[in-house]
Design a protein. Structure first.
Length: 450
């Protein structure tokens, strides 16, 4: 199989096993070898399930119509065996709506249906659960708020009980600066990121509610100690873990970096709380050759969803390294792309497209709504240049940086076709740029009094 010729236009880097190998053979290296062998025919563009057409770079086209159909179907009924998804209704909505938006469909047609799904999932004590009767969780609340931002409009924004949300966030705040993901639940960097996304989009007060336990530890604001908490999650490898002392992982790295970039200007806050050269080193090691995709952690396998979690770290770091924005347009000079866009394009379009629609982790895996959303989000992120400007629609000084991002399509060095281009989404919020602004501005006009 490995010796079969590739289509023309594909550099050896993406069709040959790595030239330098660790001689130690373990279960891990066997699995890596097997994964590589499985990916090779897809990277070479010669697997019989690939439908093409292939371009001059040997890259198959995005099967947009099939993926659109998959995304619409993901918002319909599920068989009984999918009952576990009942705890992820806001996520299912978010992944489906975001996938559709990325592919140029109009997600606002689901507005009424979204309201009917989310209204019963909201608890009067604040926040959203995974569905009716379930306790509020930060992940579900984040997905609910983002979904409402995507469909947009007064009815969507009004649906959220912002006062109760703020009270509930106050109960999740911990003395060490972090947040629990639900009352009595675990504390990790997801919590901090979800809270910052919710606070900034909904313009919630930064003060801790009077009854917040964290006040007893001397904290005054929801943001107190949060950047320091993220800092404690950077590991000896340079990556970022879910909580202090455990293994660095790409999904948590995104949460931590996006959280920091919501708390302040990336060029100030990231170097203050992270060892940037170590972080760049670890993040760079997430991209594999010949696969071209990203892994989530050291000695693990490439997976399409890290196109977003790891891929989404790069624009934030690039912005941090580019420094203070000078104007309303892109910076005059930039460090440029810090990973191989070609490699990621080849992995996504070659290995992650399921032949009946939907995107997947890797060849041999089934597509699902989560991977469809985050593989597409990764493809979009590398098709657009995301940068910050010195102007922001918000009147908040605290969040001026978060709302100052803009994007422009990248036209040079692409190995995909114009027809494979996706819409851009905000690098910190994961929603369309105008959706983030509209939600923020509507809420800013209706302040919550602590
Ligand atoms: C390991 O799975 C995966 C994790 C430890 C993290 C998962 C977290 C997210 C996807 C992000 C959540 C973010 C928010 C905003 C709630 P694995 O062992 O199956 O995969 P691996 O082998 O690739 O590490
Ligand atoms: K995985
Ligand atoms: Zn995955």
């Amino acid at each position: 199989m490995a010796s079969q010729a590739a289509r023309p236009g594909i550099p050896d880097l993406f069709t040959q096993p790595p030239p330098i190998r660790d001689p130690l053979v373990t279960e891990t290296t066997d699995l890596q070898d097997a994964t590589l062998e499985r990916c090779l025919p897809f990277l070479k563009g010669i697997h019989n399930s690939q439908s093409g057409p292939f371009n001059a770079c040997g890259v198959p086209a995005l099967q947009r119509d099939d993926h659109v159909a998959f995304a619409y179907d993901s918002l319909e009924d599920y068989p009984a065996s999918f009952v576990i998804l009942d705890a992820s209704r806001p996520w299912m909505a978010y992944w489906g709506l975001t996938s559709l938006f990325l592919m140029g469909e109009d997600p606002t047609r689901f507005r009424e249906r979204l309201f009917n799904t989310l209204r019963p999932a909201q608890n009067p004590t604040g926040g959203f659960g995974g569905g009716h009767g379930q306790i509020s969780h930060l992940a579900g609340s984040y997905a609910a708020v983002l979904s409402l931002a995507i469909v947009g409009g007064e009815d969507a924004f009004e649906l959220i009980d912002r006062q109760a949300m703020w009270q509930w966030l106050g109960r999740l705040k911990q003395a060490d600066g972090g947040f629990r993901v639900c009352e009595g639940g675990e504390k990790d960097v997801r919590g901090g990121y979800c809270v910052m996304a919710i606070i900034s989009l909904l313009d919630l007060p930064l003060e801790l509610p009077a009854d917040s336990e964290a006040r007893k530890a001397g904290l005054e604001n929801l943001t107190d100690g949060l950047a320091q908490y993220m800092s404690r999650c950077q590991t000896y490898e340079g990556g970022i873990s879910g909580s202090p002392g455990v293994e660095a992982h790409g999904a948590y790295a995104y949460c931590a970096l996006a959280c920091l970039a919501l708390l302040g200007s990336p060029e100030e806050i990231i170097p203050r709380h992270m060892d940037v050269p170590m972080l760049v080193s670890w993040l760079s090691a997430r991209q594999y050759g010949p696969e071209g995709g990203f892994s989530g952690r050291t000695n693990k396998l490439v997976d399409g969803c890290y196109s977003h979690w790891v891929g989404g770290c790069w624009p934030i770091l690039q912005s941090a390294l580019d420094g203070k924005p000078q104007s309303n347009g892109p910076p005059a000079t930039t460090v440029g792309h810090l990973f191989s866009r070609e490699g990621l394009s080849r992995y996504i379009l070659g290995c992650c497209q399921s032949n009946n629609g939907g995107l997947r982790d890797k060849p041999g895996k089934h597509p699902d709504s989560y991977h469809t959303c985050y593989v597409l989000a990764g493809l979009s992120a590398m098709q657009h240049y995301h940068y910050r400007t010195d102007s922001s629609p918000t009147s908040s000084k605290m969040f001026s940086s978060a709302f100052s991002w803009r994007s422009s399509p990248i036209r040079e060095g692409n190995v995909y076709e114009k027809s494979d281009r996706l819409e851009p989404i905000h690098p910190l919020f994961g929603v369309p740029y105008p959706s983030a602004d509209a939600m923020r501005l509507w809420c800013e006009a209706r302040p919550i009094t602590p």
